[in-house]
Design a protein around this ligand. Structure first.
Ligand SMILES: Nc1ncnc2c1ncn2[C@@H]1O[C@H](COP(=O)(O)OP(=O)(O)O)[C@@H](O)[C@H]1O
Ligand SMILES: CC(=O)N[C@@H](CCC(=O)OP(=O)(O)O)C(=O)O
Length: 282
């Protein structure tokens, strides 16, 4: 018998219990701007998401796009600054953020999933009042803090086998548009859906300790200690905080993993060792 065939059959039989475990599970995947990388990486991500749907998982994609927003702001000669990992957003910046997230990044991901045979629909947190926001901090301008997430439209999509791809924008009570950090938006959506998994795809293999080793499993206490002693810094702070908030909001587990690694999402869900750093509820 062909050796490749045997290897494939073994891999499939090992994956079977995991495929059963995740049948009808809701998995929210945050694809960060840094994790998007090349066209090949996007194609592979899209193939994984389409395959997840084919085996009965309900994937919900929430994306970022910070580097793409930076590029466009630069081309338009609009200065931009970040405070505590959030972009200070005035009216002119907001227009560019919406244009890039909904018009470029969202459309690119939807197209990639469609090309891999998935039925994907693009929307933003403004559609169907998915994410209602209030001002997070007046010093940040139009940065939104999600206060109410109405996931009904996402449940409707799931029932029909459609994969939603969501740009992290929100709406205020006066109809204003808010810019939401992509991790924050993904965490809020995962909590509203009581998701089985929140996968935060980034550009590192996971959360690293002071020696630079990736920790495969983390507790809330470890995370708080690592923030206090500076081991967790920069953009990783809002990411782990999002994970902890999502867990207290009812998500079963959150995982921080490298979105550029081949088959990152599939390895996390369907293998015993998983991928990245997992933080479980309780
Ligand atoms: N303890 C840590 N473990 C891993 N990465 C860390 C840690 N502390 C800080 N980081 C930094 O956090 C970055 C991920 O955050 P960020 O760049 O905001 O991601 P994204 O753009 O994918 O949302 C990593 O590239 C790394 O430089
Ligand atoms: C408020 C805020 O900072 N919003 C982000 C939204 C995009 C994002 O989060 O992109 P990444 O996930 O690629 O970093 C921004 O304007 O850059």
């Amino acid at each position: 018998m062909n050796r490749d065939w045997i290897a494939t059959a073994q891999t499939l039989s090992q994956a079977l219990p995991y495929l059963q475990r995740y049948a009808d599970a809701t998995v929210v995947i945050k694809l960060g701007g840094h994790a998007m990388g090349s066209d090949e990486a996007m194609e592979e991500f899209a193939r994984d998401v389409a395959l997840m749907r084919q085996v009965g998982v309900n994937p919900v994609v929430v994306h970022g796009g910070g580097p793409m927003i930076n590029d466009m702001l630069k081309r338009l000669d609009i200065k931009s600054e970040f405070v505590n990992g959030k972009r200070v957003t005035d009216a002119a910046t907001m227009e560019v953020v919406e244009m890039v997230l909904s018009g470029l990044v969202n459309a690119r991901i939807v197209q990639a999933i469609s090309e891999q045979g998935g039925r994907a629909v693009g929307l933003s947190g403004k559609d169907s009042k998915l994410i209602m926001c209030e001002t997070e901090d007046p010093a940040l301008g139009l940065v939104g803090k999600p206060v109410k997430v109405d996931p009904r439209v996402l449940r409707d999509f799931a029932e029909k086998g459609i994969i939603p791809v969501i740009a992290p924008l929100g709406m205020g009570t006066q109809g204003e548009t808010f810019n939401i950090n992509g991790d924050t938006a993904a965490g809020a959506i995962a909590a509203a859906l009581q998701a089985d998994r929140l996968l935060l795809l980034t550009d590192v293999a996971g959360v690293k300790n002071a020696d630079g080793d990736v920790l495969t499993e983390l507790t809330a206490t470890q995370i708080n200690d690592m923030i206090s002693d500076g081991t967790i810094a920069g953009g990783m702070i809002p990411k782990v905080q999002t994970a902890l908030d999502a867990l207290s909001g009812g998500v079963r587990a959150a995982v921080i993993l490298d979105g550029r690694a081949p088959n990152a999402c599939l390895l996390e869900l369907f293998t015993e060792h998983g991928a990245g750093s997992i933080i479980r509820r309780g």
